[in-house]
Design a protein around this ligand. Structure first.
Ligand code: ZN
Ligand code: ZN
Length: 65
C-alpha cells in the first residue's frame, strides 16, 4: 500500500514519499522553514510572509530579494 511508505518529518510533521525525500527535506527545506531571521535585527519567524511584513514595517527602506 502506498500510504505505508509515507515518512513523516520529525520536525514539521510533513509527510514524504520515502525516507530519502524526507531526509533531503529535513536537511535543506525544513531548517529554512523553521526559522527565518532578519539580517538587520534580532527578529525571527517561521514564515516567509511574516518576515516580509516585518521588513516592510521595520525596515521599509531595505529592498528584499
Ligand atoms: Zn520538516
Ligand atoms: Zn528586522
Amino acid at each position: 500500500m502506498e500510504f505505508l511508505d509515507r515518512v513523516e518529518c520529525p520536525k514539521c510533521h510533513r509527510r514524504y514519499k520515502n525516507r530519502k525525500t524526507m531526509l533531503s527535506h529535513y536537511s535543506h527545506d525544513c531548517r529554512d522553514k523553521e526559522k527565518l531571521n532578519c539580517h538587520l535585527c534580532w527578529y525571527s519567524c517561521t514564515r516567509r510572509f511574516q518576515l516580509k511584513v516585518h521588513m516592510n514595517k521595520r525596515h521599509p527602506d531595505v529592498d528584499v530579494e
